[in-house]
Design a protein around this ligand. Structure first.
Ligand code: F6P
Length: 343
């Protein structure tokens, strides 16, 4: 009987448990596989720390947030214990025929290196940021957008009551997908994303024009957004007379500057890990389950070095080379088009 090991690596993401459940249910019922789960990402793989995953373990887990396996940002080549040779020994000891790595860009890059070193491995894409080019969507994104949209809705009522400008920071280091979707869904007056730098002057102009129309400005900003004059603008003179960068996320940098330049009272909210925690949306559970089933078929076919991905409505298999190092950013035409309906 073939036996495979699953690991979840990098930041956690709503829908991970649905992938684990989908893989185990498909693999045990259709392919007669056995599965184990490596604890805490690549750490479990390196140290051979694994738990049995049978149907009873995965029962009812797809509605749970996080990952039952634990995760970490530990790379598989971390010295002195990491590296392909030690991993091969661990796989041999546990009788594992192949590894399923569920993770983002960094995880797929690590998996690719393991493959080159002779370890049979496949991948499942994961990130709430939705910035992996090889797949149209990643699970976790939909849940994050729902949470961020609700946050904008909630901030709007308090902002309106106090006639304040509210600035909400959402996740997205390299791409502004969560900011775009939540901002459009909740009707934000300005959406700021890493793909499109805007000057502080321009941002303040938007905020002022919203206020002049009698509204309370709502700004959604992705954590990776920068404005061109930011480094200078966000430094402040400490009590000792030296200039220091202001601490905090981009929302906490922007809010006092908006207030200073527009005279509109402004508050910042950093949504942070709330976006990653808790119950996954139905959509993310379905996509996670489909990815899980598809990756079980992938290992059954021994197609190592591939990752499952969503293209349109189909689940496809793509080589690691397509999955690694390609960030999917928000197309500027889409961003520009959305501008027409801001505010
Ligand atoms: O999963 C990606 C991401 O959510 C980024 O948007 C964010 O910058 C990062 O993870 C936060 O990671 P950590 O949990 O390590 O603070």
């Amino acid at each position: 009987m073939a036996r495979f090991g699953i690991l979840t690596s990098g930041g956690d993401c709503p829908g991970l448990n649905a992938v684990i459940r989908g893989t185990v249910l498909q693999g045990t019922s259709v392919h007669d596989h056995e599965y184990v789960g490596f604890r805490d990402g690549f750490k479990g793989l390196v140290y051979g720390d694994a738990m049995d995953l049978d149907r009873s373990v995965v029962r009812g887990i797809s509605q749970q947030g996080g990952t039952i396996l634990g995760t970490s940002r530990f790379g598989p080549y971390v010295e002195p214990d990491g590296g392909a040779d030690n991993i091969k020994v661990a796989l041999e000891r546990l009788g594992i025929d192949g590894v399923i790595a569920i993770g983002g860009d960094g995880t797929m890059a690590a998996a690719n290196r393991l493959l080159e070193d002779g370890i049979p491995v496949v991948g499942v894409p994961k990130t709430i940021d939705n910035d992996l080019k090889a797949t149209d969507y990643t699970f976790g994104f939909n849940t994050a957008v729902e949470i961020a949209t609700e946050a904008v809705d909630r901030l709007r009522t308090t902002g309106n009551s106090h006639k304040r400008c509210m600035v909400l920071e959402v996740m997205g280091r390299h791409a502004g997908w969560i900011a775009m979707y939540a901002g459009v869904a909740a009707g934000a007056h300005a959406i700021l994303i890493p793909e499109q730098p805007e000057s502080l002057e321009q941002i303040c102009e938007w905020v002022t024009s919203v206020r002049d129309r009698g509204r309370s400005p709502m700004v959604v900003v992705a954590e990776g957004f920068k404005f061109p004059d930011m480094d200078e603008a966000h430094s402040h003179k400490g009590m000792d007379g030296f200039n220091r960068p202001r601490l905090g996320g981009i929302a906490e940098i922007l809010a006092p500057l908006i207030e200073e330049h527009t005279g509109i009272e402004t508050r910042a909210t950093v949504l942070g890990h709330i976006q990653r925690g808790g119950v996954p949306s139905a959509w993310d559970r379905v996509l996670g389950t489909r990815f899980g089933q598809a990756v079980s078929d992938l290992v059954a076919d021994r197609e190592w070095g591939k990752m499952v991905a969503l293209r349109g409505t189909d689940i496809v298999r793509v080589p690691f080379s397509e999955a690694v190092g390609h960030t999917k950013t928000v197309p500027l035409e889409y961003y520009a088009g959305s501008r027409a309906i801001f505010g």
